[in-house]
Write a protein that binds this ligand. Sequence first.
Ligand code: ATP
Ligand code: MG
Length: 501
Amino acid sequence: MWFKPNKINAIIKKQFKKYKFNSEINNYGTVIQIGDNIALIYGLNKVMNGEILEFEDGTLGIALNLNENNVGAILINSIYKISEGSIVKSTGQLVQIPVGNSFLGRSVNPLGIPIDGKGDIFSSNIRLLETMAPSIINRKSICEPLETGVMAIDSMIPIGKGQRELIIGDRQTGKTTIALDTILNQKKNNVICVYVGIGQKASTIAQIINILKEKKSLDYTIIISANANDSVTLQYIAPYAGATFAEYFMYKGRSTLIVYDDLTKQAIAYRQLSLLLRRPPGREAYPGDIFYLHSRLLERSAKLSDNLGGGSMTALPIIETQSSDVSAYIPTNVISITDGQIFLSNDLFNSGIRPAINVGISVSRVGSAAQIKLLKSISSRLKLELAQFFELESFSQFSSDLDLETKKQLAKGMRLRELLKQSKNSPLSSFEQIILIYAGIEGHLDDIDLQQVTIFKQKLIVYLRSLDISLINKFLLNTRVTEDIKIYFENIINYVKTKNM
Ligand code: ATP
Ligand code: MG
């Protein structure tokens, strides 16, 4: 074949025109401003939101603000050797962390690096820090109870597996204790627990680990902690890291429980980062996307459909209020995202009613569908009796002489309130709760001194723990108190009572 040189020339020229040579190196940038865990970077043209950046000194950062002329990044370490002009490299990877069984019983930071001094953790599984929540098709309605072991909660504010139940209250009202008791109660329930500590004192976390160890509950628990002295970046990502760990087990078909202690501190960390990144402040100086911060986290809790293995992630987020103000910005946001709230009151706590749950304004929007039927049938009466008692109590303060009926009702209410008091780290099984509540509402405590109620309760529990478990499980299958159950319960109660007297 013979080509004319002109023609070949034209073809080559045409090809050259099409070819664009890009001489820029896109994945390197230069720091133009640095301080307060924030870096402004020039020249990183190809970077994703949430991508990991690597600085000259090995420090890692996360790209968060993608502006026209620069990229705003948050730094993971609080100590770094970065200055103006330092080189930054984008890694092309979103933040991901190692997960797996080997993390059970360990304490790690939000990047999965152990902080308990027990050596390295080996795992071949890696998951993205931020993932999409399961879709509606992939979910199932709440159908199994998650027993907290706290009588006031299991009876009147029941929680189901896959539910998100907020624990809200002022500082030092027993929020962490309720969450911790729930973890302790999962020992016999085969639920994997994840505790996320955000902005807590290292000593508080150490105490929690000690309690878990003492009660032999550490081997099914993972502790993720970004303490008050860690960088705000770690505090901001800690809950997502916790959700990632729980998700791993949920997609393996396991039931999981995750505690976020607490989301107020995460919101504050995020506010700090956002203000330093010069994002416009909104209400209470929080940035515009603060709702999304918590909604995308809590949406990851789910009860998965049977096709996906039927695993679940139950979330207990904690929010700290100031002077019981639930109408502040963050509390209202999280109340609206969750499926109910357990409200802890300072006044109740100080008057010795512990756990200090304000039953009147605490709700569980979905859990009653999953509550153990026998407990459900008994607690509906408990709720009613207590509501009447609270009303009567506030009325009776103003009148001096009360009729006999009212006095009787007051005495019963006081005993019920005494019954619901529970010391910390001592969860009760559903059967124990059922029989205790039965004794209370059927008036079996009325002839016991108010001060003696706790002692009776203790003795009853000790006796119940000596009974045959298989018989108890059979009783739990009933939906209401039948004549047989009634006789059985009353025999036990009378036996314990006479033994005491
Ligand atoms: P913070 O705001 O500091 O996080 P918190 O609301 O998480 O506090 P906790 O740390 O759980 O509260 O409890 C505060 C104190 O009350 C602790 O000393 C704890 O031992 C005590 N406490 C909590 N619940 C009970 C209980 N049911 N019985 C007796 N003491 C309790
Ligand atoms: Mg606490």
